[in-house]
Design a protein around this ligand. Structure first.
Ligand code: PMP
Length: 350
């Protein structure tokens, strides 16, 4: 008998690389290429640092109230966490507690199976169709819960609200989680459905559209009963997940809506330019509504392109996974970064 027999052994999620070079083009983790709102910087400079002596507010009210007002819901309907990873992890632990398998697409955010494994939740993946679309019939079988991102990752494909509604309405006995990490870039949010479906939970993040991946803030909106259950679990694990700086800085990001919209518009404009240029170079991709493009080249293998770009300190994401191992997930950068990417690809492919 060795102590190792008692160890919980898991295969962890592998996040994208965070390389540090002076001159690099980093398009591998879907971060925002622009800085956070100016109010965030101002708050950083004025931070009441003496308050760090005290525990932060366990109810995270400063932020839940701001988010509730912004989204037109009650503060009791908002749960905040350390990035949406923390929020989704808490949602798995809270809502996926039955014996039936939970369902999610076979090509999707690769953290879902990792949480299912670590919490011992049975799961069954459902194949996307050949255009990377969700097949709604697959989600009408018995299940212990459902989760999918909309737009999906790493494909960028956005499903219409009607599909989200059909899945939610067909599963009144399960909690349906819609992971809207990328919805601000073009998808249709499921928030309007909350009034009609008490089994729906919508998860969002500050990491992409609000340029705060480094702060680690995410949230969920659902009916007050769902949020109460999530808080009960959260307060059984760690009461103080949200530190005081995150609460204050996160609030500033939400308050500046003009800056938020301006940033989104810039990212979307560059994305559309990148789509045209990638097409011209012989790439094809499902039409992305997110801040990345999931592209495959008609001749050059994705892995080869990935390595070539990496040598030039241009970082994109490559998943060596059946079905998508000839694709690259390329985040949308600034115009200047996009131009470097395209001219480098042009050189390789000429
Ligand atoms: N959901 C999806 C679909 C994602 O791609 C990501 C980013 N890796 C997350 C959730 C988690 O993001 P964060 O924890 O930074 O909010």
């Amino acid at each position: 008998m060795s102590w190792e027999e008692n160890v919980r052994k898991v295969v962890p999620y592998t996040p994208g690389e965070q390389p540090k070079f002076d001159r690099m083009v980093k398009l591998n983790t879907n971060e925002c290429p622009y800085p956070p709102a100016p109010g965030v910087r101002k708050m950083l400079q004025e931070m009441p640092y003496q308050d760090l002596r005290l525990y932060p507010a366990p109810d995270a009210k400063i932020l839940t109230e701001t988010l509730a007002e912004y989204h037109g819901v009650e503060p009791e309907q908002v749960f905040v966490g350390v990035g949406s990873d923390d929020v989704i992890s808490m949602a798995f632990l809270t809502f996926f507690h039955g014996k039936k398998p939970i369902l999610f697409p076979d090509i999707t955010y690769s953290f879902y199976p990792v949480w299912a494994e670590v919490y011992g939740i049975p799961y069954e993946t459902q194949p996307l169709d050949e255009s990377f679309r969700i097949r709604v019939e697959d989600y009408k079988k018995e299940n212990g819960g459902i989760i999918f991102p909309n737009p999906n990752a790493p494909t960028g494909v956005a499903e219409p609200l009607s599909l989200v509604e059909e899945i939610t309405a067909s599963n009144p006995d399960s909690v349906v989680i819609v992971d809207e990490a990328y919805v601000d870039f073009g998808g249709e949010s499921a928030l309007p459905l909350l009034a009609r479906y008490e089994n729906l939970l919508v998860v969002r993040t500050f990491s992409k559209s609000r340029a705060l991946a480094g702060l680690r803030v995410g949230f969920a909106i659902g009916n007050a009963k769902l949020i109460r259950y999530m808080n009960d679990v959260k307060f059984s694990v760690n009461s103080y997940t949200m530190n005081m700086p995150s609460l204050l800085l996160g609030r500033e990001a939400v308050l500046d809506d003009a800056y938020f919209k301006e940033t989104l518009a810039k990212v979307v404009k560059t994305r559309e330019w990148m789509k045209r240029e990638l097409k011209r170079l012989g790439f094809s991709f499902p039409d992305s509504q997110s801040n990345f493009i999931f592209a495959t080249h008609q001749e050059k293998p994705a892995e080869e392109i990935f390595r070539y770009l990496k040598e030039k300190h241009i970082f994109v994401r490559y998943f060596k996974q059946p079905g998508i191992d000839n694709y690259l997930r390329i985040s949308v950068g600034t115009d200047a970064e996009a131009e470097i990417l395209i001219s480098t690809l042009e050189e390789l492919l000429k």
